[in-house]
Write a protein that binds this ligand. Structure first.
Ligand code: HEC
Length: 159
């Protein structure tokens, strides 16, 4: 009697475990953290770039609410030009990044810097509604990239 009971529970348990393992695998493939694939030098460059754009985007928010177009333009342009990922990279670093970084990551990085340029342009034109729109798009891109490529760093995106 206890034996059949155990057996009855055993199969569903296996099925459930396999399903959980498979869905975990699918998730891990969809959200691939990029940092562990990089050399220590590139990891450091990426973190430095992130810290500097984090800092700049907070300053942009402060400038936006103060109506300081000139400052928004300057900071957004700084983000666009930063590309530390490119600036401080030797050709060898760059080749390495291009081999490990998924196409989607490179594209998102490109889009992000493009939006920063659009924001700078809107600020130079003194167009406030457009600045707000571009700032919103920029912040969305931060989270979108983290959710896909930085789930090990930001646990909130790993669920
Ligand atoms: C193209 C992808 C991408 C975009 C866009 C992006 N990030 Fe990141 N960010 C990353 C990755 C990948 C990491 C994880 C780096 C690591 O774990 O070493 C990261 C890490 C960070 C960190 C943590 C740095 C540290 O010291 O560990 C901060 C802060 C950050 N990002 C802020 C931002 C902000 C703010 C924006 C938008 C204004 C942004 N990021 C846009 C990919 C991106």
């Amino acid at each position: 009697m206890p034996r059949t009971h155990t057996r009855k529970l055993f199969l569903p348990l296996i099925i459930v475990s396999v399903a959980v393992a498979l869905s975990g695998l699918a998730l891990a493939q969809a959200n691939k953290s990029i940092s562990p694939m990089l050399t220590p030098k590139l990891q450091e460059l990426l973190r430095k770039e992130m810290q500097s754009i984090n800092d700049a985007s907070q300053k942009i928010l402060a400038a936006l609410v103060a109506g300081d177009d000139t400052r928004v333009a300057k900071l957004a342009q700084q983000i666009h030009d930063s590309f530390i990922l490119r600036q401080s990279m030797t050709p060898v670093d760059k080749a390495h990044l291009m081999t490990v970084a998924p196409e989607g990551f490179v594209q998102m990085d490109r889009d992000f810097h493009e939006i920063a340029a659009e924001l700078a342009k809107a600020a130079r034109a003194g167009n406030r509604p457009l600045q707000h729109e571009q700032f919103g798009r920029m912040i969305e891109t931060c989270g979108a990239c983290h959710a896909q490529y930085a789930t090990d760093r930001f646990a909130g995106f790993s669920e």
